[in-house]
Every structure is written in C-alpha cells, then in structure tokens.
Design a protein around this ligand. Sequence first.
Ligand code: IMP
Length: 201
Amino acid sequence: MSVPLVVASHNEGKVREFRELLAPFGFDVKSAAELNLDEPEETGNTFEANADLKALAAAKSSGLLCLADDSGLVVTALDDAPGIYSARWAGPNKDFAQAMGRVARELHQAGEEPNGAAAYFVCVLSLAYPDGRLRTIRGEIHGTLTFPPRGEKGFGYDPIFIPSGYSETFGEMDPAVKNGISHRAKAFAALTDYLNKERAA
Ligand code: IMP
C-alpha cells in the first residue's frame, strides 16, 4: 500500500511538480487544497523556518507525512533582500516588473552597481513526519543580476538573473536547461537522495 504524502501548498503548479518528483517513490500524493488544510502565515525569518512551519502545520492537522517549500532571490549587497520577502515584493498583483525595478533602485540607493551584482536563488524543502520529526534541505544557484530584465520564458525574477557560467538569463534560457541547474533542481535532487536512503534503510 502506498504511503500518503501531502504537498503543503495551494499552488497547483507546485503540487504538480512535486507529484512528478515523488512518483518513483510510490507516494500517494495529496495537496493541501484537497485536504482543506489552512495555509499558515509565513512568520519565520529564514527560508528554513518558513518551510518547516508550513510542513509542520500540515503534518499536525493531517496526521500525515507532509512536504513544503520556500524559495526566493537573495541579493548579497541588499543584506540578502528580497530573500524570504521575494513574493511579497511583487505585491498582491504579482507585479514582478515592479519587484525587479525595486531591486535595481535599492542597489543604486545602496551605492552599488546593479549590473553584475551578486545574487542567488534559494529553494528549501521541508519534510515533516506526523511525529514532529523534520528533514530540511536547501538548494542554491549562484549568479549575477542584469538590467533591464531579459527574456519571457521564466517567471518571477528570472529575467534579471544570469547563473554563473552562462550568458543568458533564466528568462531567456530553455526551461529544460534552467530546470536542470536551478535551486529547485538541486533541492529536489537532495530530497531524492534522502528518500532513496530512507527506502534502503
Ligand atoms: P514562495 O512560492 O512563497 O516560496 O515564493 C517564492 C518567490 O521567489 C516568488 O516570488 C518567486 O517569484 C521567487 N522565485 C522562487 N524561485 C524562482 C525562480 O526559479 N525564478 C524566479 N523567481 C523565483
């Protein structure tokens, strides 16, 4: 019988991505929406704290194994902003043109050259067991920023981010290339490793 696993997200795109990743492990994947789980407020100060609190809240109310994530863009010269506030910088209308403009403006205000500023994307995955145990995993992709934004292929902050060793932004890149090197890909690979080891144990 397959083990139920709840993806603690109301974002259908994310649920689909997790479902595909988890397919080989034989989990019976359910979404927070299917189980009518509330979305807790993201009150943590780190990606880890937010991923953990989402996974734990879902594990507590469902009594099942739960997986949550938290991600964002970290700009070193902005004291790691927007970081855990990456989604919030885009506002209720998810206006990322404005959020990317704010990154450039704040870098100028900090006396830093926006073009070439060091930045990285972070993805933290948290797996919470019904007994309260947690496994927290982080993936990062480092690179530099470029302005004005370039490319229509990605989402969020993709058009201003050039991963190290490449010349295209994530917004210009073939999604298959991005999905092979991204922060999310790295966190997923580490989760897969962990699940394989658990299964073998
Ligand atoms: P979350 O879904 O609450 O974790 O918010 C993630 C935020 O970081 C969103 O605003 C995304 O646009 C941004 N973000 C995370 N990963 C990426 C990415 O791969 N490309 C562009 N933006 C990203």
